[in-house]
Design a protein around this ligand. Structure first.
Ligand code: PMP
Length: 285
């Protein structure tokens, strides 16, 4: 049985209980992070904790300063080397159900782990590209806040699954913004394009790393809107996320991207990211 963290205690998962009046349970009044650990070391841990604090501050939920220690201790206690930590902070448990916020609530802090594979351990030739579908974005207007209110995401991910696709890209007002759980990149004439940061998308930790690595290699990174036409005409399409890394997209709906082959720019970036990952992990020793 996995050990989970709940409000100051490391306990067996089946012993962890929250109140029925917890606002995370009742209203999704809560935020989260999913943080990969490889060989027991957090990858981009600082960036994830920073983003968690930004999400909490945006909702005026009080921020604590021990999140890093909690996730590190949880991984160590579970003795799991490659895993992702799910860390959730809710506004807390009230004494009854009411919309209005009781400012004296103490946030509920919960963390658990899931085994993952190291995305960058495979040789580029072994990485499988994915198919995606494009769906209407039914989410709220603050997708930069990593809220646990994920019903619109879950519904499109299910639609993708039913159509044999591995991700749903979300289109809003003619702009393809990001995936249900990933950021979006295109390649056009060896330049990388990703949508501008805004309240409509999550500021992805993997996206930031990809952009840094690309700029170091003098590959241009442009922040521009992506229409459906532009997406399907791209030389390459990729998605990024902490748990999936940098994945090439081979098909969008029923249209092959670049003949359904993984692209040369993807391959170059993938190799560089694998090196960057190894270096970042060594630096945290
Ligand atoms: N967008 C959304 C909507 C996501 O859920 C995720 C996954 N957290 C991402 C982008 C990618 O973010 P990251 O690279 O930090 O995992």
């Amino acid at each position: 049985m996995d050990i989970v963290y709940l409000n100051g205690q490391f306990i067996a998962a089946d012993q962890a209980k929250i109140s029925v009046f917890d606002r995370g349970f009742l209203f999704s009044d809560s935020v989260y992070e999913v943080i990969p650990f490889y060989a027991g070391e957090g990858f981009q841990l600082e960036q994830h904790i920073k983003r968690l604090k930004i999400s909490l501050a945006a909702l005026n939920i009080s921020v604590e300063d021990n999140y890093t220690e909690i996730v590190q201790e949880l991984v160590a206690k579970n003795k799991m080397t490659n895993c992702s930590v799910y860390l959730q902070v809710t506004r807390g448990a009230d004494t009854k159900r009411r919309h209005s916020i009781n400012e004296s609530l103490k946030p509920t802090v919960f963390a658990c782990i899931n085994p993952i594979v190291n995305n960058y351990a495979l040789a580029a030739a072994e990485v499988s590209g994915i198919n995606v579908i494009v769906c209407e974005d039914l989410r709220w207007k603050r997708c930069d806040i990593k809220s646990t209110s994920l019903l619109p995401n879950i519904l499109v991910i299910e639609q993708a699954r039913q159509q044999g696709a591995k991700e749903a890209l979300l289109i809003n007002d003619g702009k393809v913004l990001e995936g249900a759980s990933s950021n979006l990149f295109l390649v056009e004439s060896n330049k990388i394009i990703t949508p501008p940061s805004s309240h409509a998308i999550l500021n992805g930790t993997t996206s930031q790393l990809v952009q840094q690595v690309a700029r170091k290699q003098k590959i241009a990174v442009l922040h521009e809107d992506i229409s459906y036409q532009r997406l399907i005409a791209a030389d390459e399409v990729w998605i990024t996320s902490s748990t999936r890394g940098l994945l090439p997209v081979l098909k969008v709906d029923d249209k092959f991207i670049a003949g359904g082959e993984k692209g040369a720019v993807w391959q170059k970036l993938y190799v560089l990211l694998a090196q960057a990952q190894a270096k970042l992990l060594n630096e945290t020793d």
